[in-house]
Design a protein around this ligand. Structure first.
Ligand code: B3K
Ligand code: ZN
Length: 873
């Protein structure tokens, strides 16, 4: 493997040169686009005066000419090595640098920089894509005012968009041009352009100060009927950010463009967001409720970046969580306000506790503010995003709503137009609260998931109850020594009647701040031993260990009012049972314990009070969660244990499931609102339990739902239930019918592909290979790659981890192939193989052999190299 260089946070230095203005001129052509850039530059007075000018430029850039203050430079005036172009000539304090490059968007399969998506030009510049467009000081602390002129064939590319406001335009016989100007200085990673034959939905938003903002969402003409939900979501987000954070939108126009080829979900480019179609298009007939909600939250997330990310940006990429953690926290709170706060909290914690905790226990474990990287694209992780959001949430918890808001006001005010650090963010919270958050900041620098052990003791004679908290964090790669963290723990105590016991603060719950390795908390004046509810609302991202009895968990499931803690009590009850069965290989058929049947029965009886929460409460912990909490992951036992318990719960409570299924039915037309989504979710949970009974009666029920539903949520749930059932002939027929109906809807086909890739029945790998040959598949489209390959390797655990090692070999083959095409996506797909240490010896050997094979396959990208080398260390 070739050596790739490591970049360290500790090596940060200020930029030697600053850019005041950038004038870009693009002559757009699919295979030969000419880019002229004119930079007004000046030496940074804060940098050393002898530093030379270095610009970043990707290998794929063809440099046509370079001049300074109108004088062409000979090729001896610069050195070009790796990604850096170093000027060797003497430079004045201020000067104008003109640079002309040629690029080939059509050949750009990495989907970074300028590329083509279904024949339309688009860009992705975060983190380091701008250097694939032109030579530039491509780092986020260099902020400039951009003016962009786009020139293209007017028939092929009638729409020409870039950041800011359109200020001039014109045309000749064949071409037309538009000039855009963005008045807000920005880093190059927020630059964007789009050119294509697009249609658009339009609306207006009046800001709190009374300014009219034009809102436009662009997509291909065939998708024009799928833009309403994103538009509504955008307006809601704009209103919410004004109300909750006092933040108003700043330009006169806000545009979103939907593209089908995109490495991630969406991108917050200033005034011109570019979205993966999967995160913007929504229509009841083709889009599930889950996808509707995703559209809403991604639209909100990207909109919120306008302040947390764009107006105040990151000094360097180690600070990525400054914008991402904060913005995820903001979008979580937005969705909580729009729907059920408890449901959203459960969903967020589930993601964190399964996927982020697993990341933190694996070879890529890193602090929320990493210390080093080879390829920054590898650090757009659950740790930076989700754990980062938990850190901001903890600040919110510690300071309280009002001080937190003062803190964010100060942050936006103090740092508007700047590129700053997570320390700057915390400093604002310190300033408004007069608190010392030095220890708290360890959450940013220390990797790994802390463990919190709780031991309690009740002294009946004295009436005192003590809780002893012991915290520790396991070592992680490169960080063996760990220090105590500042952990906010929200606690409540219950008496045996299910009433909360007022605590010393007179309230029903109390926030404890655990800052030492060991802390003891004592409550006095109790008449009986209380039942503790620890970590209400999941007040800190830790693994909690307290030896609850089954009775105590059932008690909390009945009496706890905190939605998260109540749900968690039910999950832990199920975890107990599942873990006991996993130890026995998973296939045990012994009777279900009465506690769990009784608990599920009560849940079913009360389910209609809060259908969305009920649906979560009734769902067993996922295979991913059960894997994460296993010391050695026994794939087959986990799969069978879960499946058996599901079937037994279906059997034991068959009438209740059916009654509830019927109760959740509705004759009304589809509405994508919270209460209707909740109803459908619960209805589909019931259907999937009923289908576990392998009964033709319920097959008929599913077939009826499939045929009669007027929306994708119900149709797809019926299809999934049948595909995962024993009725293979019916499944085949239904899949074919679905294909026929939706073959022209690319996003629906992704679901169709993913459903089959996840089907755990034997022979999955050959079915997956057949899907890769199917006409609806396209190996260049990341959404399709994820639908088939990622779904198979992450969700179809029994087949991917098959002991013949063929699943592992398949993934390795795909990585080797894909790394040449799209390193970012290749590196991400690699994740399941990197977790080899979590499995038994036989699987470990098989997985390692495939990692080794990838290493030996030849020249690897920095992306894949970094993940591989860390996995093999
Ligand atoms: N900021 C982008 C992520 C860009 C990832 C580049 N590899 C999306 C977001 O978090 O909003
Ligand atoms: Zn983001």
């Amino acid at each position: 493997m070739s050596q790739k260089s490591v970049i360290y946070l500790k090596d940060y230095t200020v930029p030697a040169f600053l850019v005041e203005t950038v004038d870009l001129r693009f002559e757009l052509d699919a295979t030969a686009t000419c880019v002229e850039s004119v930079l007004r530059m000046r030496r940074n007075p804060q940098a050393s005066p002898d530093e030379s000018l270095c610009l970043f430029g990707h290998d794929s850039l063809e440099l046509l000419s370079l001049s300074i203050d109108g004088v062409d430079l000979p090729s001896s005036a610069w050195l070009r090595q790796d990604e850096v172009l170093r000027l060797t000539v003497q430079l004045n304090e201020t000067f104008e640098l003109r640079c002309v490059t040629k690029i080939n968007p059509e050949a750009n399969t990495a989907l970074e920089g300028l590329y083509l998506s279904d024949g339309m030009f688009c860009t992705q510049c975060e983190a380091e894509g701008f250097r694939r467009i032109t030579f530039y000081p491509d780092r986020p602390d260099v902020m400039a005012v951009f003016t962009t002129t786009l020139i293209a064939n007017k028939n092929e590319y009638p729409i020409l968009l870039s950041n800011g406001n359109p200020v001039a335009q014109g045309s000749d016989e064949t071409n037309h041009w538009v000039t855009w100007q963005d008045p807000f200085p920005k880093p190059a990673y927020l630059f964007a352009l789009v050119a294509g034959d697009l249609s658009c939905a339009e609306d207006t938003f009046i800001t709190q100060s009374g300014r009219a903002v034009k809102l436009q969402i662009y997509a291909e003409a065939k998708d024009l009927d799928k833009l309403g939900h994103a538009m509504e979501s955008l307006k809601q987000s704009m209103r919410w950010d004004e109300r909750v954070y006092g933040r108003e939108y700043d330009l006169d126009i806000y545009m979103i463009v939907a593209v089908d080829f995109f490495n991630m979900g969406a991108m917050e480019n200033k005034g011109l967001n570019i979205f993966n179609t999967s995160c913007v298009l929504a229509h009841p007939r083709t889009t599930t409720d889950a996808a509707f909600q995703r559209v809403e939250s991604v639209v909100a997330h990207e909109y919120f970046h306008n302040w947390s990310g764009n107006r105040v940006t990151c000094r360097d990429w180690f600070q990525l969580s400054l914008k991402e953690g904060f913005t995820v926290f903001r979008d979580q709170c937005f969705s909580a306000d729009m729907h059920s706060a408890a449901v959203r909290r459960v969903e967020d914690v589930t993601l964190l506790r399964t996927a982020q905790f697993a990341e933190d226990a694996g070879p890529m474990s890193h602090p929320v503010r990493p210390e080093s990287f080879i390829e920054i694209s590898n650090f757009y992780t659950l740790t930076v995003y989700e754990k980062g959001a938990e850190i901001v949430r903890m600040l919110h918890t510690l300071l309280g709503e009002s001080l937190f808001r003062k803190g964010t006001d100060l942050y936006f005010d103090r740092h508007d137009g700047q590129a700053v650090t997570t320390d700057d963010f915390v400093a604002c919270m310190e300033a408004v609260s007069q608190r010392d958050l030095t220890q708290f900041k360890r959450w940013y620098s220390q990797a790994g998931t802390p463990r919190l052990d709780v031991i309690d003791d009740y002294d009946a004679d004295q009436g005192t109850y003590s809780l002893r908290f012991i915290q520790s964090t396991p070592p992680t790669p490169g960080q063996t020594e760990k220090y105590p963290l500042h952990i906010p723990l929200n606690l409540a105590l219950f008496d045996s009647n299910g009433e909360v016991i007022p605590l010393s603060n007179g309230q029903s719950s109390q926030l404890l701040e655990l800052t030492n390795e060991e802390t003891t908390f004592v409550v006095e004046g109790l008449h009986e031993q209380p039942i503790p509810s620890l970590l209400r609302g999941f007040s800190a991202p830790v693994k909690l260990f307290y030896p609850y009895t089954e009775e105590q968990l059932s008690f909390l499931l009945t009496y706890e009012m905190d939605g998260f803690s109540r749900w968690d009590a039910g999950q832990q009850l199920a975890v107990r049972l599942l873990q006991a069965r996993i130890l026995k290989g998973g296939k045990v058929e012994e009777e279900l314990p009465k506690t769990i049947v009784a608990a599920w029965k009560v849940l079913l009886e009360n389910a209609s009070d809060d259908p969305a929460m009920a649906s979560l409460l009734l769902t067993l912990p996922t295979e991913a969660y059960l894997s994460e909490i296993s010391s050695v992951i026994d794939v087959d036992a986990i799969f069978h244990a879960r499946r058996t318990v599901r079937r037994q719960l279906a059997q034991a409570l068959e009438t209740q499931w059916l009654t509830l299924y019927n109760e959740m039915g509705s004759e009304e037309r589809y509405r994508p609102d919270s209460s209707e989504m909740a109803r459908r979710s619960l209805k589909n949970t019931c259907l999937s339990y009923l289908m576990a009974l392998d009964s033709p009666t319920y097959l008929a029920l599913a077939e009826q739902q499939f045929a009669e539903s007027d929306n994708m949520t119900e149709q797809f749930a019926a299809l999934s239930a049948v595909v995962y059932s024993v009725f293979t002939d019916s499944a085949r027929e239904m899949l074919d019918e679905f294909l026929n109906q939706w073959q022209h809807e690319s996003l629906v086909m992704n679901q169709w592909l993913a459903l089959q890739a996840a089907d755990p029945k034997a022979g999955a790998l050959s079915r997956v290979k057949a899907l890769l040959e199917h006409p609806v598949y396209d190996s260049r489209n990341p959404n399709k790659l994820r639908a088939v390959i990622s779904t198979f390797c992450n969700q179809n655990t029994v087949n991917f981890h098959g002991l013949d090692g063929e699943g592992y070999r398949f993934l390795a083959d795909k990585i080797i192939e894909l790394d040449k095409q799209n390193p970012q996506v290749a590196s991400r797909l690699l994740t399941p193989l990197t977790r080899w240490k979590r499995y038994d010896d036989q699987r470990q050997a098989l997985m390692k052999a495939q990692l080794q094979r990838i290493i030996e396959s030849g020249d690897l990208s920095g992306d894949v190299y970094e993940v591989l080398s860390k996995s093999m260390a």
